[in-house]
Design a protein around this ligand. Structure first.
Ligand code: ADP
Ligand code: MG
Length: 313
């Protein structure tokens, strides 16, 4: 085994011991760290200030401001924020289980019950953002959905789909009960999020009357971008690949613009009609027709009781 890479040290972050790198982005690194004052394990997002222009710096501060106001079990908590000359430090609730993305890659796809268990948590976070905070996330994707703890509960008793013989032995997660199971999924990364309009008055928070029509039109549907993304995540959970993909970015863009996707056989053959119906209402090109978060939460597939576990063999 290779020795762990040497952790960098940052001026301004002396109260934390960095333990390992958990992720990185264009301008940031995320570390697992120990808060030396409280003994608590946390995640620290270190953003390289000097690589950002004024606009990008303002966006980080907006990310912080939005996260400070959000308190919900399906949303990663911002524990504190500080900055040095060179960096911003976002101290976050630690999500030990990592990205939903990695779990999909590992397992190929989730059963309908497990997909429901995951997507309902994400949807409740979105409902809170849309309806209680007036916030659109705008970057919902499996890389930004994190498991609170490592969700490995392999069970060979779960149904597998016979056409994928290679995957037969890999087992599946079991939805969480008590100490076992898959546990909590939370929404992270508010880097692209923004505050939107008050639904009743159709005015931006705090301002009245002088806004251009194209902005009103845009903003009215801005929450629907999260619903489209939720549809893409659900699709991916159920079959293991995304609804829209092409090696050529131009072709991909065209497919998305037309909403061209299919329930590809054989992968979708055994998936319920209710699940497909729900996805159809999310991956709907016209934002005015697309399901809102309340319509999502009222859909029969979301409200179906999970099937009882198979008898032990
Ligand atoms: P970026 O804007 O660069 O995408 P993110 O906030 O999404 O930044 O963080 C990048 C990655 O770091 C995430 O995709 C995830 O793998 C990891 N990460 C972020 N926040 C946490 C956290 N609170 N706990 C554990 N890992 C995290
Ligand atoms: Mg991200």
């Amino acid at each position: 085994r290779e020795a762990k890479a040497q952790m960098p040290s940052y001026k301004g972050l002396e109260n934390f011991k960095l333990l390992e790198k958990m992720g990185d982005g264009a301008f940031s690194n995320v570390y697992k760290a120990l808060d030396l004052k409280t003994g608590q394990k946390v995640a620290v997002k270190v953003v390289r200030k000097y690589e950002l222009n004024a606009n990008q710096r303002a966006n980080i501060l907006k990310e912080v401001q939005i996260m400070r106001g959000t308190h919900h079990p399906s949303i990663v908590k911002l524990l504190s924020f500080s900055e040095s000359q060179e960096h911003y430090f976002l101290v976050l609730e630690l999500m030990e289980g990592g990205e939903l993305f990695h779990q999909i890659v590992k397992l190929t796809y989730f059963s309908e019950n497990l997909s429901r268990h995951v997507i309902i948590q994400v949807a409740q976070g979105i409902r809170y953002l849309h309806e209680e905070r007036g916030v659109v996330h705008r970057d919902i994707k499996p890389e930004n959905l994190l498991f609170e703890r490592i969700p490995i509960v392999p069970s060979k008793n779960q149904i597998h789909r016979p056409y994928d013989e290679e995957k037969e032995d890999e087992g599946e997660f079991t939805p969480g009960v008590g100490g076992g199971g898959i546990g909590c999924v939370k929404i992270a990364d508010f880097g692209l999020s923004k505050v939107v309009w008050n639904e009743e008055t159709m005015t931006p928070c705090g301002t009245v009357g002088y806004t251009a029509p194209e902005i009103v039109k845009d903003e009215r549907y801005s929450k629907s971008v999260d619903m489209w993304a939720l549809g893409c995540v659900l699709y991916t959970l159920l079959c293991g690949f995304p609804p829209f993909y092409d090696e050529s970015i131009n072709v991909l863009t065209e497919k998305v613009a037309r909403g061209y996707y299919t329930f590809l056989s054989p992968w979708w053959d055994d998936i319920s009609a209710h699940a497909k119906d729900l996805i159809t209402h999310l991956l709907c090109v016209d934002p005015a027709q697309r399901f809102t978060i309340d319509e999502f939460l009222a859909h029969p597939w979301v409200n179906a009781a999970p099937a009882p576990p198979p008898p032990p063999t």
